[in-house]
Design a protein around this ligand. Sequence first.
Ligand code: UDP
Ligand code: MG
Length: 342
Amino acid sequence: MIEPVVPAASATAPSGATQPCGACALSVVVPVFNEEQALPLMHQRLLAALRALPAPFGERFEIVYVDDGSRDGSAALIAALQRGCRWVSRLHFSRNFGKEVALTAGLAHARGQVVIVMDADLQHPPESIAEMLHAYEAGADVVNMRRRSRADETWLKRRAAGGFYRLINRLSDVPIPADVGDFRLLSRRAVDTLNQMPERNRFMKGLFAWIGFRQVTLEYDCAERVAGETKWHFRQLWRFAIEGITAFSVAPLRLASKLGMISAVLAFAAGAYFIARTLVFGDPVQGFPTLIVAMLMLGGLQLMAIGLLGEYLGRLSVESKARPLFIIDTYEPAHAVQVPGR
Ligand code: UDP
Ligand code: MG
């Protein structure tokens, strides 16, 4: 076996991505944040599923663990997994950058002709990979995996998710499929296209849909998280929703001007009414309630519109700083597949 050279640790934005390598047929990208309890089980099941795949996938693959600045033993565990398994590539961030960025980095470093992204908690069954590859071989560039039911989630989370998808699909220019999480297969050209996207606000669900190509959607049964607990809480989900909507639509900005117009028309009508009333009935000192109501309503609308502007402006300022999306502490590719350029 040829011993690969380990590239020096570097800060890499998507444009500085590792080149795809003909020798690697399949990369499975797994973002990992504090998953020390789930990882051993995950690795075992994933490896078994991948080894059972037909050639060339079953032999020339890599599992890219992207350690998103874990604070538990995940980093050491991934290093140990790599020592014991020649199919493991590992990428460690210098700190926690969030799942979307971890996915971006994983895609930039994946060397396979086909790339699959999946979670580390076994909610995405590795056994579905064979079916996804069939769809790829039948000509799909993107295979989206839709969960068959969300019955395991709380009522509130289900309603919130339903509302979010309805809203974003009304606002966004590209349809974003509902209940499709980050379990996906991407062809090499789809990955290359994503790697070229320079934006810092990475709403991956939207980006996956935005690139187009031949997309198919398969269904899978979403399992319970095998160990550990979810990193998403309502606050993060709220931020995530705002991120998604502002990244894929300017409709909220238009909403502000529409509301402004409507309130101007209402104010005009109310003005006409009060003038007419004064002319007919005289002007006893009245109108305190109407004054207060109008003031509060307009004040509220104005603040809302400013807040909306702020959301877009804030994102613009983040984009314009053009910092690297992530900082890599260590990258060590799998030994099983050839290192590009060698
Ligand atoms: N994750 C990550 N960085 C984060 C949060 C989560 O890489 O900041 C990973 C996590 O380790 C898991 C995946 O993203 O592999 C999905 O996270 P989780 O299971 O907590 O989300 P849920 O399935 O509850 O939506
Ligand atoms: Mg999960």
